[in-house]
Write a protein that binds this ligand. Structure first.
Ligand SMILES: Cc1cc2nc3c(=O)[nH]c(=O)nc-3n(C[C@H](O)[C@H](O)[C@H](O)COP(=O)(O)O)c2cc1C
Length: 391
């Protein structure tokens, strides 16, 4: 297993009614080199100026049908006698390599992608609907474009109003107030381009949420202090739950001070409430983040054990779980750990890391805790994904 698998890409699927400004947005995003643009296949003949492999991959009907038969499309549809489809393999390969993929698609295609069974597609998906402010504004924009007759514009508006009903199906909706997307998005909204670890990423800002941070007995436990501090600075309510062994590496007092909340280390200091504190935290959490996660806690979670508060919270919560492992490379590569990780992934648990580098145990290899600011960013992304409305 290589560190390339450590951070999967995000699959941005963008839909909008005609005239909402999607093309402007997608063209601007394509220029930034932040995304790999997924080129669709089609059986329709190329129009003047269209380039094979850039605008579309132009296929014969026979080749297209053969690819459908071989299950090679993430989604496909027939529109006005022509087939259109998104090839699955390049999308999966880029996501596995940690590259964010951009798919520009109609609402029907987005629905097919949402229904895809592939666990990687499901966990990477960030589907975005670009919503025009209202139909009058859309009419004004379409009229200004001057490419359609008034009748065609009215027809487009009927379709648009039908499509606009579908915004709730998307995780994110961006209200298009101006057509000047790139600058307005950066200035006015919660989408912000930022440098993180030398790599430019789009930062999604979620509103304040409750995060339960689990810390376990790894030498990297000291990094949980920095992580706690970043998450609190981002405005979240943070509750730290430590395994007994974690307290050998970092004191609860440090994490209590940084999180500004009591730290839970055992079931038996829960004396104040009729309701067990670990269940209360499990219910309250918008996200359970375990960083660093030992081989031991990963095994406990995979097997549904609940011998201490952190493991019990992982069983009781219905919030998404993000795990940042840290361990000796041989422990990470051991078939038992590989099985446990796969089991958890198949249940929808997300992993970030580990990365390669010099390990505390003296070995060089995979097993280091992933960069703290990237863990914080992924946390932010998973929290923001729970909200429908970004802008
Ligand atoms: C100095 C030291 C460093 C350790 N570092 C790690 C580590 O990075 N990852 C890991 O999985 N286990 C590590 N261990 C072993 C765990 O602490 C041990 O498996 C423990 O039972 C984990 O319990 P917990 O998951 O409940 O915290 C380390 C042990 C020691 C003594």
């Amino acid at each position: 297993m290589s560190s390339k698998f450590s951070r999967y890409g995000i699959l941005f699927v963008i839909s909008a009614p005609s005239g909402a400004g999607k093309t402007t947005l997608v063209d601007a995003l394509r220029e930034t080199a932040e995304f790999v643009y997924s080129v669709s296949c089609t059986t329709r003949p190329p129009r003047t100026g269209e380039i094979d492999g850039e605008d579309y991959r132009f296929l014969s009907e026979q080749d297209f049908l053969a690819q459908i038969g071989a299950g090679e499309f993430l989604e496909h549809a027939k529109v006005h006698d022509h087939h259109y489809g998104t090839p699955l393999q390049p999308v999966l390969a880029n996501l596995k390599d940690g590259r964010d993929v951009l798919i520009d698609i109609d609402t029907q295609g987005a629905a097919s992608i949402r229904n895809c069974d592939d666990p990687l597609i499901r966990s990477a998906l960030a589907d975005v609907f670009i919503m025009p402010p209202d139909l009058d504004e859309l009419r004004r924009r379409l009229t200004k474009r001057g490419t359609e007759t008034p009748e065609q514009i009215e027809l487009r508006l009927v379709t648009a109003s039908r499509e606009m009903q579908l915004w709730r199906k998307y995780r994110y909706t961006i209200i298009s107030r101006t057509v000047d997307y790139p600058s307005s998005m950066r200035k006015n909204s919660k989408l912000r381009a930022e440098k993180t670890g030398g790599r430019k990423v789009v930062r999604l800002r979620s509103s304040a949420k409750t995060i339960v941070l689990g810390v376990t007995g790894s030498i990297a436990a000291y990094k949980s202090a920095e992580l706690a501090s970043v998450l609190v600075k981002q405005g979240h309510q943070l509750f730290v739950v430590m395994s007994d062994d974690a307290t050998q590496f970092i004191t609860p007092l440090t994490l209590q001070t940084l999180s500004k909340n009591p730290v839970m280390t055992t079931f038996f200091d829960e004396k104040e409430n009729w309701r067990p504190g670990h269940i209360e935290l499990a219910d309250r959490a918008n996200l359970l983040l375990i960083a660093p996660a030992t081989a031991h806690i990963i095994a406990e979670l995979a097997h549904g054990l609940a011998h201490h508060p952190l493991a019990a919270i992982a069983l009781a919560t219905r919030a998404p779980i993000l795990i940042a492992p840290a361990m000796n490379g041989k422990m990470w590569m051991h078939p038992a750990t590989v099985d446990n990780v796969e089991k958890l992934k198949s249940r929808g648990v997300e992993f970030i890391g580990p990365e390669e580098g010099m390990l505390a145990c003296g070995y060089e290899g995979i097993g280091r805790l992933w960069k703290v600011e990237d863990i914080a960013f992924r946390t932010e992304f998973l929290l923001a994904r729970q909200e429908n409305l970004i802008a």
